[in-house]
Design a protein around this ligand. Structure first.
Ligand SMILES: N[C@@H](CCC(=O)N[C@@H](CS)C(=O)NCC(=O)O)C(=O)O
Length: 203
């Protein structure tokens, strides 16, 4: 059975939601409060000290985008468009989320990754409402409605759902983004997302 190392309110919730679309799986909760992800035992599984990690039959797989694509190719093919350009558009969003929007968000609490001085952390955190608003602007322009590419969800919708749930906490005024709000409502109506909320992975 697939096992996922995961933690509430982290990007691993996107993978939890995709697994909840219909896969037999088991969570292994990683306790951020006790910094379990930094302990030698966990670093043996993921030397990067992050979640998510999917335990595949052949060993651990890291990186949200890679895990989602693996699930799309092995157990949930319906979330992957068949048309090559549509598939590339899905990846275009997922790569943006990993490389830009998630990094913007991380500057709120994880400034120590990029600097050593306390004053630098405050400066980085203060910039987050601006950078996350820029991300929300971009995403608002990409959403076709109600979901990213219309009616049919893709892997990218689940990845995006996890991230747009961070917007208010990151100081973004979401009332300026009707498409993001409608996207959130449409995704929340899915049983997999509702279960992921009920199990405490999404706020
Ligand atoms: N590029 C990685 C990033 C994973 C990541 O940064 N996860 C965060 C939670 S959202 C984490 O595990 N943070 C723990 C830490 O920084 O100590 C991915 O997309 O899977």
């Amino acid at each position: 059975m697939l096992k996922l190392y995961c933690s509430p309110n982290s990007i691993s919730a996107a993978v939890v939601a995709v697994l909840n679309e219909g896969v037999h799986w088991e969570p292994i909760r990683v306790d951020f409060k006790s910094a379990e992800q930094t302990k030698p035992e966990y670093l043996k599984i993921n030397p990067k000290g992050r979640v998510p990690v999917l335990l595949t039959p052949e060993g651990p797989l890291t990186e949200t985008g890679a895990i989602l694509e693996y699930l799309g190719e092995t157990v949930i093919p319906d979330l992957v468009p068949i048309d090559p350009l549509a598939r590339a558009r899905m990846r275009e969003v997922m790569i943006y989320l990993a490389s830009t929007m998630h990094v913007n968000h991380a500057h709120r609490f994880r400034g120590y990754r990029w600097a050593d001085q306390e004053s630098s952390f405050a400066d980085m955190a203060a910039k987050v409402p601006e950078t996350m608003t820029a991300s929300a602007d971009y995403i608002e322009g990409v959403i076709a409605g109600p979901l990213l590419f219309g009616e049919a969800p893709t892997l990218a919708d689940f990845y995006l759902y996890a991230m747009v749930n961070w917007l208010e906490g990151d100081g973004v005024d979401t009332s300026n983004y009707p498409k993001i709000l409608a996207f959130r409502a449409a995704m929340k109506a899915r049983p997999s997302i509702a279960k992921t909320h009920a199990d405490g992975y999404f706020r």
